[in-house]
Design a binder for this molecule. Structure first.
Ligand code: SIN
Ligand code: CO
Length: 375
């Protein structure tokens, strides 16, 4: 059976080989009956909340303005040329999370979030480039995309947002609901709403090496074991008391060179790092705590699934969930991997779960990381 993919007629393997990180691809009717994950009104209410990352952009006679939410008032829907961007919609809405999960042919380690933009006629964020791959899925109304393979990525100075100084589009597409445009990193583009429209951006993460290096050093610092202390029983009289001598340097160098990035360190670090929720993401605990026996009974009846905010990854014997890591026993590994890959466990599978595993699942349930129901 051929599963429907958001890439339409392009097989996933072909997409990855020919387009991913390389060149744009327009997919007409990628999701033919697409519905916006939420209405403009619901989006505006979301943008009024403190924990939601939102931005408002307006462009009047080439004068750009950028404001950060929360927004308790927005321009009228009848007013032309404004855009509201809401980041991380998948964290706030199950339907948006389901939409993002249609892109899991790319590993979770690379998938970032689903952003949605609402724009009135003529609205857009200007000609720019992004540092990450993006799928731009039209979910309501029409948007005209102009794109360019230009290598001149110089920006206009003095603006509150990044706008290309010179934009010379070489292709133009009008996207209808269900159409999708893939762009690799650093590909110049400009989207303009044709009438009121909504566009979802499926974004990816590609941390810079420097960012990863810094985070790794913090991880190493927290787990560092370097026993002993500096000593110099063979010290000779100092003729230049301010000088740092070779002996001191040799000894310190010898100790510091013991600090290594073993493969195991790197695996634990990267699993914890990539599964860490973004700052400001909090989980709600269930109202009623359950005993282990009650939890087991209802999990077997209803199944379990990961909360949409939960990030779960695994590698080898390790399992990572929301920034925590632990070693899973050989007996529990299969179920945990299934939970991570499918993001749900049918109740029937839980009947054979070990007590250890049930205790972990109960803890995650109490933390709000796992919820009941497997559909
Ligand atoms: C938008 O949806 O208006 C902007 C998305 C983008 O250009 O990356
Ligand atoms: Co962009």
């Amino acid at each position: 059976m051929k599963l429907h993919s958001v890439l339409g007629d392009t097989p996933i393997a072909t997409f990855l080989k020919k387009y991913w990180q390389k060149k744009p691809l327009l997919i007409r009717q990628a999701i033919p009956d697409v519905r916006p994950p939420l209405s403009p009104e619901d989006l505006f209410s979301l943008a009024a909340q403190d924990h939601v990352e939102s931005r408002l952009l307006t462009n009047v006679n080439d004068r750009w303005s950028l404001q950060h939410g929360p927004f308790h008032a927005l321009p009228s829907r009848r007013k032309q040329g404004w855009t509201l961007l809401v980041q991380g919609l998948n964290l706030h809405h199950d339907q948006a999370a389901d939409l993002l999960h249609q892109f899991r042919f790319i590993p979770d380690a690379r998938l970032d979030d689903l952003m949605i933009s609402y724009a009135t006629d003529g609205g857009g964020v200007g000609a720019h480039f992004d540092s990450y791959d993006v799928f731009l899925l039209q979910v309501h109304g029409q948007r005209r995309w102009r794109i360019s393979a230009q290598t001149d990525l110089g920006l206009k100075p003095g603006l509150p947002l990044k706008i290309l100084a010179h934009f010379t589009p070489d292709e133009e597409y009008l996207l209808e609901p269900g159409d999708m445009l893939y762009l690799p990193p650093h590909y110049a583009h400009e989207g303009t709403a044709v009438g009121e429209c909504m566009t979802c951006s499926i974004g990816f993460r590609a941390p810079s090496w420097e960012e990863l290096g810094q985070a790794f050093l913090e991880f190493k610092a927290a787990t560092l074991e370097l026993p002993g202390r500096y000593s110099d029983p063979g010290l000779s009289p100092s003729r230049h008391p301010a000088k740092i001598d070779d002996h001191l340097l040799d000894r310190v160098e010898h100790q510091l060179k013991k600090i290594r990035a073993t493969r195991d360190d790197v695996a634990v670090f990267i699993g914890e790092y990539l599964s860490e929720p973004k700052p400001g993401i909090f989980f709600d605990a269930p109202e009623e705590p359950l005993t282990l026996a009650k939890f087991r009974g209802s999990a077997i009846r209803a199944g379990l699934r990961l909360h949409r905010k939960t990030k779960m990854l695994y590698r080898g014997t390790y399992v990572f969930i929301n920034g925590d890591s632990f070693r899973a026993s050989a007996a529990d590994r299969g179920l945990l991997r299934q939970l991570a890959d499918q993001r749900r466990l049918p109740g029937g599978m839980l009947a054979t779960a070990s007590k250890d595993l049930l205790e972990s699942l109960l803890q995650w349930y109490e933390d709000g990381w796992v919820v009941e129901g497997s559909s």
